[in-house]
Design a protein around this ligand. Sequence first.
Ligand SMILES: [Zn+2]
Length: 314
Amino acid sequence: MPNPFSKKRKIVRQASTSGPKKSKRVKLRPGSDWTKRNFITSVWIPSLFTKRSGTRARPLFPKVQPGQISITWIGHASFLIQTHEANVLIDPIWSMWLSVIKRLKEPGIHLHHLPSIDFVLVTHAHFDHLDRRTLRAVAADQPIVVPVGVGRLVHRLGFNIVHELDEWQTIELGPLRISLTPAHHWGARFLADTHRGFGGFVIGAAGRSVFHCGDTAYFEGFKEIGERHNIEIALLPIGAYDPPLAREVHMNPEEAVRAFNELNAKTLVPMHYGTFRLGYEPLEEPLERLRASARQHGIEEKVLVMTEGKPVVL
Ligand SMILES: [Zn+2]
């Protein structure tokens, strides 16, 4: 008889999966021109003197009806997704500093104003996605889903039911179907832990679907993600495309529009911009470029730019 109060590690991996792998681990070697600029003097120091903007409003969470999905952007890649039956938190980060990098926008709401969270999803172990302090505060014996190789990290933070997914794998969690999708990125928190997986998630709920892309460079896998999963709402990263080491690890806004079209999704919600300065590009540039590209491709009305802390029901 298993002891329900046992704190013994319980990390569940799924049985093997179908189809060829699409993910690619980006090498750690910097791009050729990375020494020509100085990230510390041109981005890091100025950001320390930048006043933090945004406010944490008391959120007015809607009563989510059957068939509806409510999305609340917390900031960066953090979202609260609510269906009629479940509340899901993805890549939650409330910390004001990413180690030495200053958060330049307040999280949209206070952590203590969150509704009870049924499931937590973490796309990869990078510090801006797997925030130990936030996860510790959120952990309340609910299941957490992570890519293969990340389970032990989150288990330590108080999550006793850990599901590790490999690329294309799916699990049913209560009323939700959660699948891990491929990406071109890397998953190491430090230098040596390169075994950690990374990816994005498709959350399916009663015929509706939300795709959280995680972090990725542009790659040819979006079409297949769209074919395997009928994607409606795509949360796509548009920032940090000009990173300090000049590696190809994040999409730019034009590539996000291309990915959106290849996914064949209905709504594009941009993310991963405006919160932390992780690249040389100015904070406001990603959104300007996204708007221009969307106009060029005639998909302006499909782009939903969210305000942190303001739920939108779709
Ligand atoms: Zn990352």
